[in-house]
Unconditional design. Structure first.
Length: 267
């Protein structure tokens, strides 16, 4: 069931609630995602877990960004979804969505029962990204989503060149509406990352149980970032999946679901 919600500043949000009843779990997608992002994981959860997957602002069918986005905006949007889910939800965020979940846990204490974060790209923050943001915006203005996606992969996500090389070539003809929409959403994510900073010490203020989820095969600097994050969190459990990478929610959704369920049951 798709529900229409409103964030604190009036931005419309669309959330998809599963037919399950009982324990509420709010799912926060990464860059380039949307309402569908967590479908493979949701399919492996039992009926007594009620999931709320929503499209973050800037990603259809939720509302657009009317000004440069910040993580405060994303945290407030997540707070609106958590409130709709009952006000004391378990939260799972993936990639950029994991960074949103961390910001929400600091900005809105008391609204989260447990936090599960899958590989937040905390290394992608601050002044280093300002010129990348400018280049990305120029590509967006020129309607070049394929080139923008490559820039995001190389200079933001820092994918290894062998993975970047597997990206499909730009199709002939004008870009699809889906490619344009993803480019715009990622542009706003990049705005928030460029306006953020790399201070990991702030996450020590999170006072709920946190499960750090990671793929054993994810490229540097993600493993080092996860190690550093684990050092500052007060209540942390770590899970590493052998043979998986940053795409584990799609390549091994059953593993993500199983560890999420373990966290929910324990919390």
């Amino acid at each position: 069931m798709d529900l229409h919600l409103t964030s604190g500043d009036g931005t419309p949000l669309v959330a998809r609630r599963s037919p399950g009843t009982g324990v509420p779990v709010v799912l926060v997608h990464g860059s380039g995602g949307g309402l569908h992002s967590w479908d493979p994981v949701v399919a492996h959860l039992p009926d007594d877990v009620e999931t709320w997957a929503y499209a973050r602002r800037g990603f259809a069918p939720s509302g657009p960004c009317t000004s440069p986005k910040t993580f405060d905006d994303d945290a407030d949007d997540l707070a609106a979804v958590v409130a709709a889910a009952g006000g004391d939800a378990h939260v799972l965020g993936g990639s950029y969505g994991a960074t949103v979940a961390l910001h929400h846990a600091l900005a809105h204490p008391g609204g989260v029962a447990t936090l599960s974060v899958f590989e937040p790209p905390l290394f992608a923050a601050g002044p280093r990204l300002v010129p990348v943001l400018g280049e990305y915006r120029a590509l967006a203005d020129a309607d070049r989503p394929s080139q923008a996606a490559l820039l995001f992969a190389r200079d933001v996500a820092r994918l290894p060149e062998d993975l970047v090389a597997t990206a499909p070539p730009a199709a002939d003809g004008p870009p699809s509406d889906e490619a344009r929409a993803e480019m715009v959403g990622n542009l706003h994510d990049l705005e928030a990352m460029a306006a953020d900073d790399g201070d990991l010490g702030r996450w020590a203020g999170i006072d709920v149980p946190v499960t750090l989820l990671e793929g054993a095969e994810t490229w540097s600097p993600m493993p080092e970032t996860m190690d550093a994050l684990a050092m500052v969190l007060a209540r942390v459990r770590r899970v590493r999946w052998p043979g998986q990478s940053h795409f584990a929610a799609f390549t091994a959704p059953e593993l993500v679901a199983a560890d999420l369920l373990e966290t929910v049951r324990a919390g």
